[in-house]
Design a protein around this ligand. Structure first.
Ligand code: MLT
Ligand code: MN
Ligand code: ZN
Length: 294
């Protein structure tokens, strides 16, 4: 299995257009890598690809030669799988409106959000909206099985006023288990907590991509850029009690990679103590272009 990180950042990217926090300023100056928004492409042999989440940066992400059309029009991207209805995971669908068919896989909850927004009607009839049922595997490309499962999360930011911002379990936030070529990969870019059952599900994976939004729960407040905690946004912190490093310590996982990294996150700075902590705990940090051969 080939996994290519198209975008390693959380919503906003690095640098974020309106932000001069430490990381955004460093990235703007060329002193930290720039990062586009949350997406991974998966293939078995490099001929057909599945894109996990359609970020607002997808047009540039898919400009890489490996995603070139086959013939005058077409694409090796055969499917797009969406893990929630957050803007950073669905807005890119609008850039895939040019009349080439693919399968759009999402939960019933996420399909309902798309169906309720007339703008997504711009996707032509050749884009097949396919339901993915929780805990049922499907084959977005031959030989690759994707099984979505509910993880702790919340509805998208733009639905909070209507539906509430409390954490819940269901199809509104899913993780993906991807199997193929004898390997098992987990992609969980948004997750509000790590209960025991989820640790058990992760155990033994060859590769884990996990929510790296914030290191400190109060990081946006510390940086002076916002009032929300990670918990409030539906993202478990990497550090601290009950955080990702602590919860996953001692669990057997082949490669552990943090993805969907917010621009406030100190792990992005190579000289930070937080980077040292994640490295010491055996975690890697995704960058745009990171490629894993599982
Ligand atoms: C998130 O990951 O919490 C969302 O992408 C936030 C947002 O929609 O801005
Ligand atoms: Mn996000
Ligand atoms: Zn910033």
């Amino acid at each position: 299995m080939i996994l290519t990180v198209l975008g390693a950042a959380a919503g906003g990217g690095v640098p974020q257009w309106n932000c001069a926090c430490r990381n955004c300023s460093l990235a703007r100056a060329g002193d930290l890598p720039r990062m586009t928004q949350s997406s991974v492409a998966v293939s078995l042999d490099g001929t057909g690809w599945v894109v996990l989440n359609a970020s607002p940066d997808i047009r540039a992400q898919l400009a890489a030669p490996r995603f070139a059309p086959q013939g005058l029009r077409g694409s090796p991207v055969k499917g797009v799988v969406v893990t929630n209805a957050d803007v950073d995971h669905i807005a890119g669908l609008l850039s895939l409106r040019e009349g080439t068919g693919f399968d759009l896989w999402a939960s019933a909850e996420t399909h309902a959000v798309l169906a309720a927004s007339p703008v997504f009607g711009v996707l032509s009839e050749v884009v097949l909206r396919r339901d993915m049922a929780l805990d049922e595997g499907f084959n977005p490309i031959p030989g690759l099985t994707v099984t979505p499962f509910a993880v702790p999360g919340k509805v998208a930011l733009f639905l909070e006023a209507e539906q509430g911002a409390y954490h819940r379990m269901g199809g509104q936030t899913v993780g993906l288990e991807i199997t193929g070529g004898g390997k098992r990969v987990l992609y969980i870019p948004g997750c509000a907590s790590l209960p025991d059952w989820l640790l058990d599900r992760i155990e033994g994976a060859d590769v884990l991509f996990f929510d790296g939004t914030v290191f400190h729960d109060d990081e946006m407040i510390r940086e002076g850029v916002g009032a929300k905690t990670g918990a409030r946004m539906g993202h478990v912190a990497i550090g601290g009690a009950g955080g990702t490093l602590e919860r996953l310590s001692g669990r057997r996982v082949g490669r552990k990679i943090l993805i969907h990294i917010n621009n406030t996150n100190p792990i992005l700075r190579p000289d930070s103590p937080e980077r040292a902590a994640v490295t010491a705990a055996g975690w890697d940090i995704a960058l745009d272009g990171t490629e894993i051969a599982a």
